[in-house]
Design a protein. Structure first.
Length: 256
């Protein structure tokens, strides 16, 4: 039985128009792949930058909490009656106040990280801080205070307690102190990026820098001690504070 004219026409129509529904050509697939690759190439650095920024901000927040916690620890201990005369290291005799904490020649960065109490008596030793369970320190805390002549001078009365002082805290990345101690800075990191990588200045700078004045305020001698402290830490040529009449004589310093 022969094919009808209608059946032949339908068969020819399907053969001539079948390409429209047969799928994508090789050229179209290559163009699509090129577009996808271009989009990924453009967006990948932005994704890396966003993740790096978030990680750095998180680490900076942790460092700030650690620094504030160290300041609070010292304040609490002083209020409790602990004497920090020998518990916090003094970098040099010319470190008179918090303004000197920003001088790298007077208060240089730490040179090592230890998980013990050496940081209390050697300001070049940083205290190890662990943020996870890998047994590797994540942060390194440097603690120091200013020099007070009637407390720290060789001829000072050893019975004189440390009633008021300035304390400084810097928090670094532990790996920076361990691997690059000679490259460390003292100014707080600005979290800058060089291209798509964290800048070396950010890696080698402290993540947090804090300082505070600490003094005992619960004794009858507290106010007088504070006046003596202000006069002892004044810059040359600056008028001293007037000592109240009811204050006893200031602590004396005798030649060693």
């Amino acid at each position: 039985m022969g094919l009808s004219l209608k059946s032949v026409a339908k068969s020819r129509f399907r053969r001539s128009h079948g390409g429209a529904t047969a799928g994508l050509t090789l050229l179209e697939i290559l163009v699509a792949l090129f577009v996808i690759q271009a989009v990924v190439a453009v967006s990948a650095p932005l994704v890396v930058l966003a993740v790096s920024t978030r990680v750095q901000n998180q680490r900076a927040d942790q460092a700030l909490q650690v620094a504030q916690g160290e300041i609070d620890r010292v304040k609490t201990a002083v209020a409790r009656g602990d004497d920090f005369k020998n518990e916090i290291d003094v970098p040099a005799v010319n470190v008179a106040s918090r303004l000197d904490f920003t001088d790298v020649a007077k208060v240089p960065p730490p040179t090592s990280v230890l998980d013990n109490d050496n940081y209390k008596t050697d300001f070049r030793v940083a205290k190890a801080v662990f943020l996870d369970s890998d047994n590797e320190p994540d942060l390194a805390v440097q603690v120091f205070r200013n020099y007070i002549d009637f407390i720290d001078d060789a001829g000072a009365d050893p019975a004189t307690s440390l009633a008021v002082f300035d304390v400084g805290v810097r928090v670094y990345r532990a790996d920076a102190v361990q691997n690059r101690p000679a490259e460390l800075g003292i100014e707080q990191a600005n979290y800058g990026f060089a291209g798509n990588a964290i800048s070396s200045e950010t890696l080698n700078s402290p993540l947090a820098v804090l300082s505070a004045s600490v003094f005992k305020s619960d004794t009858g001698q507290s106010l007088c001690d504070y006046y003596y402290y202000l006069n002892a830490t004044e810059f040359a040529g600056t008028p001293g504070s007037t000592i109240p009449d009811n204050c006893p004589p200031p602590p004396s310093i005798t030649p060693p």
